[in-house]
Design a protein around this ligand. Structure first.
Ligand SMILES: [Zn+2]
Length: 232
């Protein structure tokens, strides 16, 4: 039995949720699960269809993006995951999809405005869209630099990765994360739903305004923080 089996299973289960939730087609998307003590994460192999995946096919990679165990090549986005794990000590999983609505916002290079309480249940701010990457970053170590583009965007906006677990990368697509791989995928699905609601809101009423602060606060605090009372 591999000492990495627990993260291989977690990564496998989380990856298999992406097509089930309608967040990916074909071989799009990738999820990883980390083991901090071992200093490695398990990630989907590159270009393998979902119905051919198994826990044993998840590739074990270190925080520099080098394969530690596995015969398959890891996801082409592996270095983005590695950079985020290296710098964000408290995340346990990362998910990347090209889900339609969130990607449409990314391609439009727009943050998703906080229009309603569904958004506020999860986040208190607009979902930021990192600027498209510079030619230098694209021509350099592209996937590695994508990780820095994400971190720099949050830093410039004064946002913490522990509070906001989702971002759009301009011209590309969303990345989400969380304490576990399962939570990262949950965040991918939440983001897609928020993105879809936001575009419909703008279509129905192009002048629709942002949710007022009192409702943002009320909804976020119902679910999070010391006085939360949502759920059992
Ligand atoms: Zn991508």
């Amino acid at each position: 039995m591999s000492k990495y089996q627990h993260i291989q299973e977690a990564a496998y289960e989380a990856n298999m949720q992406l097509p089930k939730l309608g967040l990916v087609i074909f071989t799009f998307g990738n999820v990883s699960a980390v083991d901090r003590a071992l200093g490695v994460f398990a990630i989907k192999p590159s270009g393998v269809p979902y119905d051919e995946l198994s826990p044993a096919k998840m590739v074990i990679v270190d925080f520099d993006g080098s394969t530690v165990e596995g015969n398959l090549r890891p996801s082409s986005d592996t270095k983005t995951h590695a950079v985020l794990y290296k710098h964000w000590q408290k995340i346990g999983g990362i998910s990347h999809t090209h889900s339609t609505y969130a990607t449409a916002w990314a391609q439009s290079q727009r943050a998703i405005p906080i229009f309603g309480t569904t958004h506020a249940d999860h986040n208190t701010v607009d979902i930021p869209c990192a600027p498209p990457m510079s030619d230098k970053m694209i021509q350099g170590d592209y996937e590695y630099e994508t990780g820095f583009q994400i971190m720099n965007c949050l830093q410039e906006k004064g946002l913490s990765y522990e509070e906001l677990e989702m971002i759009l990368v301009g011209n590309h697509a969303p990345f989400t994360w969380g304490k576990t791989a399962e939570k990262a995928v949950y965040n991918s699905a939440v983001l897609e739903s928020i993105a879809q609601m936001a575009i419909l809101t703008e279509q129905i009423n192009p002048q629709a305004g942002r949710l007022k602060d009192s409702l943002v606060k009320k909804h976020f605090e119902r679910k999070h923080g010391p006085d939360s009372y949502y759920g059992q």
